[in-house]
Design a protein around this ligand. Structure first.
Ligand code: TRP
Length: 365
């Protein structure tokens, strides 16, 4: 065995520790890494050379976690980990059971309230879930604050044809019956090309805890998100056009991985979403990570943001040359609305694999 063959937990915990340090977390705060260890469970104990235990769709190389850095326009930032819990003997059913145990343990340890999970779980978790995943978590860390947990359910867990029904029922269970109409009025006008992707619930009981609905717009121009954003008051269409143009590098029609819209609802206003976010899977629209980084830098600069922070976040994860691969920068998102605006950069761990650059279009020379 090669000397340098860390386990998945060793590899990703080092990345997370670096990212937290770089984001101003006290070095004594071990909670993020401990939670990552619990989330990864048995999958985390395998050496990278053994390959992934389960083909997780969280990331392209089947790593069951993806990092993100959320930059609020107020200057605050959060480090987040999107992750899938994988059972020791994985299967869709066994993974769900393991993921529930993770939640129980987090609720005991950190007092994470589970009532919103309980309210919708039987809608989204049939005995044998269909699709690419049953549910994922996002762990959200801010310096000197308690960690938060968010859960992402799969609207297609009972088949794609029942996704709308599950989403409507999910909102109803949470006492938000009007949210379904508000969320679908502007966002799903293109038939099968607009699909519900995630139904996500913040597991906390603050008045601002959110329910989010994500919609993927396949083969769309910027017009689909511009229209979708009209469900939220006061959003300027230029900021969406500019985001698509700068990060898409002039792409007109996003025919690779889809643009994704999301709406956030809070309990104090059930009739209209308070925020709109747009996600752009930048890795499908660049030659390599040099190009992805350059686009993100121009975007951050156009919003008066901190481009140096991006490079520090990248170097927290890897020292590989950016021209040697594609997909370290996986998505970029823009958050708009009354509950805060900002940008989030999604960074791949690349624990198992680095995606190749696009032949013939590399920016290296
Ligand atoms: N890997 C999947 C995808 O790219 C799921 C996913 C991970 C995702 N992070 C995301 C989707 C951020 C949208 C936004 O589709």
């Amino acid at each position: 065995m090669a000397v340098n063959d860390p386990t998945l937990f060793e590899y990703t915990s080092r990345q997370l520790r670096n990212l937290c340090a770089e984001s101003g977390f006290p070095a004594s705060d071990n909670t993020p890494v401990e939670m990552l260890g619990e989330l990864l469970g048995e999958a985390g104990k395998r050496r990278l050379s053994e390959g992934p235990l389960w083909p997780s769709d969280v990331a392209d190389d089947a790593t069951p976690v993806e990092f993100s850095v959320a930059l609020d326009d107020t200057g605050d930032r959060a480090v987040r980990v999107l992750g899938e819990v994988i059972a020791e003997k994985p299967s869709m059913v066994a993974n769900v059971a393991a993921a529930r145990r993770f939640l129980n343990s987090m609720s005991e340890r950190l007092g994470i309230p589970t009532d919103r999970f309980e309210a919708v779980q039987d809608v989204f978790l049939p005995d044998v879930p269909q699709g690419k995943f049953a549910f994922w978590y996002s762990m959200i860390f801010r310096p000197n604050a308690s960690p938060k947990l968010k859960v992402y359910f799969n609207p297609a867990a009972r088949g794609e044809d029942r996704a709308a029904e599950l989403v409507a029922e999910g909102f109803r269970r949470l006492g938000m019956e009007d949210a379904y109409d508000a969320a679908t009025e502007y966002s799903v006008s293109r038939g099968d090309l607009d699909k519900f992707t995630f139904f996500a619930v913040d597991l906390d009981d603050s008045p601002l805890s959110r329910v989010k609905l994500y919609i993927s717009h396949f083969s769309a121009t910027a017009e689909a998100p511009v229209q979708a954003s009209e469900a939220v008051d006061g959003i300027d269409r230029d900021s969406i056009n500019e985001f698509c143009d700068l990060l898409g590098g002039g792409t007109e029609s996003f025919d690779g991985r889809p643009l994704v819209s999301s709406y956030s609802f809070v309990e104090s206003d059930l009739k209209r979403p308070g925020n709109y976010s747009l996600y752009l899977p930048i890795r499908d629209y660049v030659a390599d990570d040099v190009e992805a980084r350059a686009r993100v830098v121009s975007f951050l600069e156009s919003r008066g943001g901190d481009a140096a922070g991006l490079d520090r976040a990248i170097r927290a994860l890897t020292d590989r040359p950016l021209h040697e691969g594609r997909g370290l920068l996986a998505h970029v998102s823009l958050r708009l609305g009354q509950f805060g605006t900002g940008t989030t950069i999604y960074l791949s761990s690349e624990a198992y694999e680095v995606l190749p650059t696009r032949p013939g279009s590399g920016t290296d020379s």
